[in-house]
Design a protein around this ligand. Structure first.
Ligand SMILES: [Zn+2]
Length: 310
């Protein structure tokens, strides 16, 4: 199918055709401007030297892939004092130089890559009609991280695990918490690499990290001048675990409400003694209390069910 298009790719660029294949994919063919501006001397040229072609992945149409085929001219710079002999049209409104996808697709890759990671991002983008490998998504993130303007230098950073491949290979992600930008992604999760990175960034004043001793050690070695703080997520996780532990020891409040007093074997008032128990026996006691509590709830539910309650 061939249609007349109102697709506007950018100044000076003309759409020649929009074709839909039998598989439903779309190909937009467009041609570059009639004259070029030399990137060095900024003089206009109409002296054509040849052609160059670019193939860009664009946003999908109703889930179907869209490819933009750009025919661009290569120009001679005719300004005598300019050292550059030839140059190719640039299309900043559509894509960066050498990019294989349009700027708007690149933005989507960045957004999804940040929020989901490599593999889930790949699956999601394929479902949306944009086929991009997980490696490309991660490369894109890393390239963007390298481009972050380091002026003024970062002061407050967050450090956490980064999954290259879930349950298989982990790296480290470092983010500027003030600017909400990824600063770097390290290949591995080790004290050495994180400490080395921190040493290269002496401006760091605060390191927000998880509860893992690894990043604490790295921050001590690499940024002794910085304060270490636990990030909000891990504080909430701490709180949740503490509450769970307390609930288990107390016979789980929800279950106990159903049970007559005395069904729990743990002595609830003996907290002082319990806190003095060795860690292993304390864990065993917790486990037994938890099992007993579940059994009691199970029995009570069955008893109530036998009496005809829902
Ligand atoms: Zn020039």
């Amino acid at each position: 199918m061939r249609t007349k298009s109102k697709w506007s790719p950018g100044p000076g660029i003309k759409v020649q055709s929009v074709i839909s294949s039998e598989q439903g994919d779309w190909v937009v063919s467009a041609c570059g401007p009639e004259s070029g501006i030399c990137p060095d001397c900024r003089h206009q040229s109409r002296s054509r030297h040849g052609w160059s072609y670019r193939r860009l992945q664009d946003l999908p149409i109703q889930g179907n892939a869209v490819t933009v085929k750009l025919q661009l001219r290569r120009w001679r710079c005719t300004y005598r004092q300019c050292r550059r002999q030839t140059f190719t049209d640039r299309v900043p409104a559509i894509a960066s130089p050498y990019a294989r996808r349009t700027t708007r697709v690149a933005e989507m890759v960045g957004l999804l890559g940040h929020s989901t990671g490599g593999r889930p991002g790949e699956r999601l983008m394929r479902r949306l009609g944009m086929s991009i490998s997980d490696d490309t998504i991660l490369r894109h993130l890393k390239r963007n991280a390298a481009r972050i303007d380091d002026d003024p230098p970062a002061r407050i950073v967050g450090i956490d695990d980064w999954s290259w491949r879930k349950s298989w290979r982990y790296g480290t992600i470092i983010a500027d918490l003030e600017r909400r930008k990824v600063l770097d992604i390290l290949e591995d999760r080790s004290v050495v690499s994180v400490a080395r990175w921190l040493k290269q960034h002496p401006s760091i004043e605060v390191v927000s990290r998880d509860r893992c001793g690894l990043y604490a050690q790295a921050a001590r070695e690499g940024a002794p001048q910085a304060s270490q703080v636990a990030d909000r997520f891990h504080l909430m996780q701490n709180l949740r675990l503490a509450v769970e532990e307390q609930m288990s020891l107390s016979g789980r409040a929800a279950g106990r409400a159903l049970l007559p007093d005395g069904n729990i074997e743990i002595d609830h008032d003996d907290r002082a003694t319990r806190n003095q128990l060795p860690e292993r026996s304390r864990r065993n006691q917790l486990r037994r209390a938890h099992q007993q509590s579940r059994k009691d709830v199970f029995k009570t539910v069955h008893a109530l069910s036998t009496e005809g309650l829902s």
